[in-house]
Design a protein around this ligand. Structure first.
Ligand code: C2E
Ligand code: MG
Ligand code: MG
Ligand code: MG
Length: 292
């Protein structure tokens, strides 16, 4: 009986695998037509200057409204779009959309509003990426210095010299480069040395543990110090509690992002920057705690 059951389980497992593969193929097909069908929407999450509590900009986060599956999150479709190559076309659409929105919000607020757009490895490896970014800036009138492109360590999986060349060419346009999810990679310190960058985004996993004892506070303090010594700006990702905010304030972290200050939302659901109440209570900066 046991043997028979084992065999059945194996068959079920194989069935499950086939089904997953089938689903992937279908999703890949759906992705191919999603941009022209208008199924994508950009949500925006504010970035806050911690010392003043004001919104300095937003990060563009992509959402897919699938006709039958409903809302699909990036974790599910970005890897597929990357694999299938659709990410280049999708990413172009996101850049145009986000640049246009940042220009509109800047005009509305009467001050420069920043916009950060995520670029995946395949997008950065694309020969046309510089022209694509330039076209998004030109088309929207958004000054280049208001645009940040976020990349992760994953971009180093491609030809490093080529990637560094692309980043330098993008920076020459005047845009800023952020290293996203900093601290989670295998070689964070070495890629900090190799990638031309302006901003470091401290990964949510470190921020989540702040204030709960443990070593996270020391780690985050070290990343902030390191960034300062390299003249990089710092954004802490995934701030959810006032306790985490307080620790980051004591560590003199310059910018924060997270559900505590605002969730990613469609543009029309967002309080226009400068018109609504400030997002955070300013926290006075204090001395750095001893790193023991
Ligand atoms: P990311 O760039 O590191 O973005 C931060 C993610 O954390 C977002 O997830 C955001 O919704 C979520 N988040 C923000 N604050 C909090 C918080 O306080 N708590 C928690 N638990 N989560 C928070 P999302 O929108 O699902 O995006 C996931 C990833 O997908 C992004 O990570 C980015 O790598 C990628 N992605 C999103 N949009 C695009 C895009 O347009 N192009 C490319 N290439 N990648 C994208
Ligand atoms: Mg990001
Ligand atoms: Mg991140
Ligand atoms: Mg991430």
């Amino acid at each position: 009986i046991a043997k028979a059951r084992g065999k059945n389980r194996l068959v079920l497992y194989a069935d499950g695998m086939a089904q997953a593969a089938q689903e992937k193929i279908v999703l890949l097909e759906d992705l191919a037509g999603a941009t022209s069908a208008g199924q994508f929407e950009v949500h925006y999450q504010p970035t806050i200057d911690l010392s003043s509590g004001t919104t300095t900009g937003y990060e563009a986060l992509l959402r897919w409204h699938h006709p039958t599956r409903g809302l699909v999150l990036p974790a599910e479709f970005i890897p597929l779009a990357e694999e299938g190559g659709h990410i280049v076309e999708i990413g172009r659409w996101v850049l145009v959309e986000a640049a246009r929105q940042a220009a509109a919000w800047s005009a509305q607020a009467g001050r420069p509003i920043g916009m950060a757009v995520n670029l995946s490895p395949r997008q950065l490896a694309d020969d046309d990426v510089v022209a694509t970014v330039r076209a998004a800036l030109d088309g929207s009138g958004l000054p280049a210095r208001q645009l940040t492109l976020e990349v992760t360590e994953g971009v180093l999986m491609h030809d490093v010299d080529q990637v560094v060349g692309q980043l330098l060419a993008l920076r020459a346009l005047g845009v800023r480069i952020a290293i996203d999810d900093f601290g989670t990679g295998y070689s964070s310190l070495s890629y900090l040395r190799r990638l031309p960058a302006d901003i470091v985004k401290i990964d949510r996993s470190f921020v989540q543990d702040l204030g709960s004892g443990g070593r996270s506070t020391t780690l985050v303090a070290s990343i902030i110090e390191l960034a300062r010594s390299l003249n990089l700006d710092v954004v802490a990702e995934g701030v959810e509690t006032p306790e985490q905010q307080a620790v980051l304030g004591r560590l003199a972290c310059s910018h924060v992002q997270g559900y505590l200050f605002g969730r990613p939302q469609p543009a029309d659901a967002q309080t226009p920057p400068g018109l609504g109440p400030v997002a955070a209570v300013p926290i006075p900066r204090g001395p750095l705690p001893a790193c023991t």
